[in-house]
Ligand binder design. Structure first.
Ligand SMILES: C[S@@+](CC[C@H](N)C(=O)[O-])C[C@H]1O[C@@H](n2cnc3c(N)ncnc32)[C@H](O)[C@@H]1O
Length: 368
């Protein structure tokens, strides 16, 4: 069995290999898209580990920190990758693309997804936009080696690519905070699939059907894509991004782990859009932990100290914003609404902006 067949078998045994995509997955060698030195390893000395990384159902990070040289020990933000093949298939399933349709991809990355699309639809039906020149240049080489020549464009994908429009489908492989109006104009009757969210909660696909330039759709999945570079959330090690200072102390009877469950976190992320959280377990077996909240601008932070068997938790807040109060308000509002799960929300995008609604497009929860 070839190594690519091993990947196919892995995907088949997971039950994620879609019949429509099987031929593309089997025919396009992922090895042509993954360099021999990737972020975690230089495979020159150990080619077997390269095979294991490339032909596994796992993402492969191909760039960190936008390709800037990163000193030893510095925080490494993943900025380009070959996505996990089963996640690629999940997105393509949502995309529901048909033979002969024209597709715009945002985020060329390694070019592997563009190659699958080109195999299935024909390269003349595929356009892929990448914002990073070095990443795009490698992707073009990779695609050429694999025998595909889709249109590839160096640009900010938020503008789409008007020259090849209209498209039947747009697939975005980085996370966006909002769906650009340009995409609606370039895909006026079709479907858009993109990882979507805010700094607080970005783990949703938005799948939007566009009719006459107006989009409406739903949220699903738990994608963990890197951010659209032009809309990034804050990130980093807590010790490096939080100013060491005394904050204002208080307490709460809300167990901190409850506010970061997916459904309340999704709702909180609609109003607390520019702050993120991190759960940090204590370095011992006490079971204690600290839940940190940090604003994207690093000016404000808050902590809630968790300890098992307690029913009141210490809170500390620092900076111009009182982040715990913001999160707490959203959490209480979510309870008042009857703790709606994410599947009950929808997203509408048109000339009037982007609206997230609950159950009914008139019951608007956030409007940008
Ligand atoms: C997860 S990787 C894409 C994986 C890719 N589709 C593949 O098959 O290898 C996300 C990519 O989106 C690119 N990106 C981020 N923001 C972008 C933007 N505003 N416009 C275009 N590309 C962007 C990143 O540089 C990165 O290469």
């Amino acid at each position: 069995m070839t190594t690519q067949q091993r990947l196919v078998e892995t995907l088949r045994s997971k039950g994620v290999l879609l019949p429509d995509w099987e031929e593309a997955v089997a025919s396009v060698d992922r090895g042509l898209f993954i360099p021999s030195a990737i972020e975690e390893a230089d495979f020159a000395a150990d080619p077997e580990s390269w095979l294991l990384a490339v032909y596994a159902d796992a993402p492969v990070v191909t760039q960190v920190n936008d390709g800037e040289s990163t000193p030893e020990g510095a925080f490494r933000l993943s900025t380009s990758s070959s996505s996990m093949p089963s996640i690629m298939l999940e997105m393509l399933s949502l995309l529901d693309v048909r033979a002969g349709q024209r597709v715009l991809e945002i985020g060329t990355g390694t070019g592997y997804n563009a190659a699958w699309l080109s195999h299935r639809l024909g390269e003349s039906n595929v356009t892929s936009v990448e914002v990073d020149a070095a990443v795009l240049s490698s992707a073009r080489e990779n695609l050429k080696r694999a025998g595909f020549h889709p249109t590839t464009v160096l640009a900010n994908g938020r503008a789409g690519h008007g020259e090849c429009a209209p498209y039947d489908r747009i697939i975005c492989t980085c996370t966006v905070r909002d769906v650009p109006r340009e995409w609606l104009a370039q895909c006026p009757n079709g479907r858009i699939v993109t990882p979507w969210g805010s700094s607080f909660f970005s783990g949703s696909y938005a799948t939007l059907d566009v009719v006459d330039g107006k989009a409406q759709g739903t949220f699903s999945g738990y994608p963990a894509f890197m951010w659209d570079r032009t809309q990034r959330a804050g990130a980093g090690r807590i010790a490096e991004v939080c100013r060491p200072a005394e904050g204002e102390k208080s307490s709460t009877d809300i167990a901190p782990q409850n506010v970061i469950q997916d459904d309340p976190a999704f709702f909180t992320g609609l109003s607390v859009t520019d702050a993120w959280y991190r759960w940090c377990d204590a370095n011992d077996d006490s079971g204690e932990a600290t839940l940190w909240f940090v604003s994207d601008d690093r000016e404000s932070w808050a902590t809630v100290e968790y300890a098992p068997h307690l029913d009141t938790y210490e809170v500390e807040q620092y900076g111009p914003r009182t982040l715990w109060n913001e999160v707490r308000s959203a959490f209480l509002r979510w309870h008042e609404l009857g703790k709606p799960e994410r599947a009950r929300y929808g997203l509408s995008v048109d000339g009037d902006g982007q609206r997230v609604w609950l159950d009914d497009p008139h019951h608007v929860m956030s409007h940008e």
